[in-house]
Design a protein around this ligand. Sequence first.
Ligand code: AMP
Length: 220
Amino acid sequence: MDNKTFIIFYGPPGSGKGTQVKLLAQRLQLPAISTGDLLRSEIKDQTELGKRVEAILASGGLVSDEIVQELIIKQLEGERTAKGAIFDGFPRRLSQQEFLLEQLGRVGGEAKIIPILIDVDDEEVVKRISGRRVCSCGAVFHIPNNPPKTDGICDVCGQDLVMRDDDKPEVIRQRLKAYHGEINPMLAYWQGTGQLVTVDGGQDIPLVDKELMEKLKGIL
Ligand code: AMP
């Protein structure tokens, strides 16, 4: 991995995308950039931006391109992304994808860009989401697939685990609807370039990781 490497993850909410991003980020020593995490941290700190987006996140809708693009620019300008980055939850729309490709052309020079789709069907998503528990430190668990050692308590920092507001069933349906409306044009672009790496996200975490690493051999 000599060049700058930017990896873009696509997949519905609940696909295990965030987990795979973290595993790969650790292995490749690249920073993971999650716009959802960045927004939740703004909300937690009750910044101006956080207050503006709080209701939108709770409803499962998408925040404006301007807001997330500004967060991305800040990340790309920092030292952290000098060797590349792995994107989780960005881009979410074709307009954001066009913005990102333009930015990467600008900051990356000869950057390698790898798009990855973690593919999972809707029924499996709804089933899984109801088990997701998160900590304000960023750790994510799943009952029964990846439970914390002590019920309801974060293994990493010991705080109480909670269910995200936007993981409630009525909200998840709204998020899936938004996902399907936006994902196809973005994937069509990568199918056109022949670069899309598709992984079966319906498997257990280690198997998804294994399939992904096999498919990335020779690309990284
Ligand atoms: P996530 O953690 O990726 O599931 O994102 C949680 C929520 O943050 C989404 O439901 C949106 O409200 C918001 N969000 C995250 N990323 C984006 C994005 N790229 N564009 C617009 N809204 C976003």
